[in-house]
Design a protein around this ligand. Sequence first.
Ligand SMILES: CC(C)(COP(=O)(O)OP(=O)(O)OC[C@H]1O[C@@H](n2cnc3c(N)ncnc32)[C@H](O)[C@@H]1OP(=O)(O)O)[C@@H](O)C(=O)NCCC(=O)NCCS
Length: 227
Amino acid sequence: MNVSRQSPDPDTMSYAVRPMDERDMTQSAEVERDAFPTLFPPTAFRRELRNKIARYLVASRSDGNRSDSAPEPSGPSEAAPLFNRLVSNILRRRNSAWQPGQEFVAGFVGTWYMVDEAHIVAIGVRNEFRGFGIGELMLIAAIEQAMQLESRVVTLEVRVSNFVAQNLYKKFGFSERGIRKGYYTDNREDALIMTTDTILSPEFNERFVELVQAHQGRWGRTERTLF
Ligand SMILES: CC(C)(COP(=O)(O)OP(=O)(O)OC[C@H]1O[C@@H](n2cnc3c(N)ncnc32)[C@H](O)[C@@H]1OP(=O)(O)O)[C@@H](O)C(=O)NCCC(=O)NCCS
């Protein structure tokens, strides 16, 4: 089933962004296996959480005070059968790392801060949860974090074949700045280097605010805790 272009009720967006911590490592590894199945070796999240230049954020949803049952969409999202079905499906998966009482992690983004550049090293969403604004939400949060840390630009590498991710980045003002030949070790695919113009300019900020408002209008208000 291709759900990537489905557009549920905006109120179904009940994810929050917050810094990744130790309790998220198992689920984040699961997200990584979904999002980057050929990545080897897998990210050492424990080491990354201690890495002074790295910041990782997760998009997660809480099941509130319920400790013995699967998280369910809260509030208005009760009225979103497709969304509920997706949540249930992922949680029912035999190998899901999610445990009752835990927040459910749908995606993560990792950024390395080097000199005046914020370098997004990974952004990924669980398969079943793509197309619901979660990747965009995390990119928004990563850019906000970079703004607060006064980075000049945000940059990243993306496979030349990964048009979905490239679309997302272009939407947020990233453009192609070069190519890294044979960058990906699994199939020697080239990487595009995509970088924003300076994120501290009024022009970037104006467009960014419009995009954040549009995201909010489409998917609902979200809480973003960046540090
Ligand atoms: C790339 C990824 C993070 C996007 O996350 P997502 O939650 O599915 O994306 P969203 O629903 O937030 O969509 C945001 C934008 O991405 C682009 N996009 C998303 N799905 C798309 C699709 N099926 N076709 C084309 N563009 C798409 C669009 O620009 C979209 O904005 P729009 O809805 O206004 O058109 C996700 O697809 C993923 O985890 N992919 C595997 C890992 C990966 O490739 N990461 C990037 C490595 S550089």
